[in-house]
Design a protein around this ligand. Sequence first.
Ligand SMILES: [Zn+2]
Length: 411
Amino acid sequence: MNRSLAFLVVLILVLTACNNKQGNTMTPTSTASTPDQFITEAESRLAELAIKLNRAQWVAANFITDDTEALSAEVNKEYIALTTELAEAARKFDGQKMSDDTARKLLLLKLSLTLPAPSNPTERDELTKIAASMEGAYGKGKYCPDGDQGKCLTLDDLEKVMRESRNPDELKKAWLGWHSISPAYKKDYVRFVELSNKGAVEMGFKDTGAMWRSNYDMPPDAFAAEMERLWQQVKPLYDSLHTYARKQLIKKYGPKVVPESGPLPAHLFGNMWSQQWGNIYDLLKPATGDPGFDLTKILQARKTDPKGMVKYGEGFFTSLGLPPLPASFWEKSLFVRPQDRDVVCHASAWDMEPAINDVRIKMCININEEDFTTIHHELGHDYYYLAYAKQPYLYRNGANDGFHEAIGDTV
Ligand SMILES: [Zn+2]
């Protein structure tokens, strides 16, 4: 994922939360008479529909067309409807005696939707269509600096500029160019938030944000307070880094480009979202900070191809004693941006069908250090998926979203 705000916020949350877990047509409401029966039945229905949803979303992200977008929106609507109705039906067991497992699963069921939707079918339909169309627009997004006549630049073209250029005007143009794509769907995004919040309220949360913040085994306000505590803890380090980065950037670009105070220009950090600064290590490294090698150059000198990059990632995980990736991973993943069609290139990991260990990654790999790191990150998701593939459906998830994102970066 990821690479985690307008729609970019959600993309960065939903995509950079690049962990594509989720996944109805309501068949008649469950007749289960005990909570345990109910949850067993619920899990089997959700698991089945999740596979269908994963397939629809995979195809929509890999072949962006109006049709694939509509199919993906349709199944997403079914999945949201099933989850919502099951969560609703589960209320009849409130206060009843049940096993700890079942109680936990009922809570997870309620929290499992990333995108809650209103129960009104027209509104639910509108929400899932907006979500699919914004994803399509993001994936197809191109910046055409010379208008329709000239060459148009994709996100990876623009990211290459961000990574390699040290010309502040060119960097600013690339940054502004990419950010000129999203205003077209700003109105959709506003509506998307409105409808999603309505769905969250119907499920008993203050809004979608509060629902997301409820996923950490503590009340949402306690989670916000905990985040604030952690932020205050690292803030002195962050302030020093920020000050140091300003000094180094002024050295490189001068005070006309980099102001002496206030925010630092986002286009100077080597990354479209300024979220990782590794690409400008040459500008920021301390005098004694030369690692002695340039990974990008080494990879290029070895003529590493995209598959070879992923093999390095797999080699890291097998060196820890984990199994090799299944054969289907190599057959079904996407490693290279196709020349003949639009795809969502934003790196992501997919948990397609746990029973047959069908995990994949989808990214448009370039041969450089940043993508080398991203591959390890995405494979961290995949290895985590494989590790919990045999769990019951509602337990097939990370301890929490943050933990899922951290696995590949930490191990
Ligand atoms: Zn991720």
